[in-house]
Design a protein around this ligand. Structure first.
Ligand code: ZN
Length: 300
């Protein structure tokens, strides 16, 4: 099953659900994540894709968890076209399982801080909102963020199962949903929704049992008259390039640039996807010359 996101509506309710197993594995591979980082980043990337599904084409959003836990910052960028990229500050953190015998995502992310969501909407300035963290387990933090910062009552469910493929750490299944009652929803529908949410299996369990996004929607909205809308393929994708990375090098100070030229070689790594770009001595000399010329021009 390829990663995908499905949108649906039902009786005054909007729901998006996603399966994200492959893209979580791509993130694990690119960042060499241990289990806690894999689960935290997997949930954050899945949450970001679900939030981004509501944007217009060409827009994007960034979700950042900054809870002062041992993982450091966990960040994901997502677009409504179904692309996501993300990273975690310390991917090699190892923690004992939590009291429920699960990967301790909350202990890794921490709870002393905020979740921040920034929407990049075309020409206008980015719009940023944030909320204090609830438990650092990602899903409830996003639910609270949506309520506190965007006044949107929602229910967010996220699940990332981590196991092994051979001797490599691997994501066995990942996915999630976001459910939002529309403003004109009736009390009777809200009561049924609450009963469904209490009764439904965890997302981890659903992805473990091989549910696709429509299956997750059908389980969460059991008994509802569901109208399935669009389905979008999802993938890990970064928009970095050697050109963009050389623009970062251009902004270095003269001394640092000079020492790179003297080394005759440099490797620069994109933080979002781990891609490594090599620069030869000649390329570094050209960047140095370009930077110095720009600065002379700026001084007039
Ligand atoms: Zn990149």
């Amino acid at each position: 099953m390829k990663d995908h996101l499905v949108k649906a509506t039902a009786e005054g309710v909007r729901i998006y659900a996603a399966v994200t197993t492959d893209l979580v594995n791509e993130a694990i591979r690119r960042h060499d994540c241990h289990a806690v980082a894999a689960a935290a980043l997997g949930r954050t990337m899945t949450g970001a894709l679900l939030l981004a599904a509501n944007l217009k084409n060409q827009e994007a959003l960034t979700v950042t968890f900054d809870g002062h836990g041992p993982l450091g910052r966990v960040t994901a960028d997502a677009t409504p076209e179904g692309f996501v990229r993300g990273y975690v500050g310390n991917p090699h953190v190892d923690l004992p399982q939590n009291a429920q015998g699960k990967i301790d995502v909350g202990g890794g992310v921490g709870t002393d801080g905020t979740v921040t969501v920034t929407r990049f909407t075309g020409l206008r300035n980015p719009v940023t909102g944030s909320a204090p963290l609830t438990d650092g387990e990602i899903a409830d933090d996003l639910t609270k963020y949506l309520y506190v910062s965007e006044q949107t009552p929602s229910s967010v469910g996220l699940g990332v199962l981590i196991g092994h493929a051979g001797d490599q750490l691997a994501c066995i299944g990942a996915g999630g949903f976001i459910l939002q009652p529309l403003p004109d929803v009736s009390d009777e529908v809200l009561d049924r929704l609450e009963a469904n949410l209490r009764a439904v299996k965890s997302v981890s369990r659903m992805v473990d049992e091989g549910y696709d996004a429509k299956g997750i929607i059908a389980a969460v909205l059991k008994g509802f008259d569901i109208h399935y809308l669009t389905q979008t393929e999802l993938a890990f994708r970064c928009h970095c390039s050697k050109q963009r990375v050389s623009e970062i090098l251009l902004s270095l100070g003269e001394k640092d640039l000079k020492s790179l030229v003297e080394d005759g070689h440099a490797e620069a790594c994109c933080p979002f996807c781990g891609e490594r770009y090599q620069f030869t001595g000649e390329e570094l000399q050209a960047i140095y010359d370009h930077a110095m010329a720009d600065r002379r021009d700026a001084q007039g």
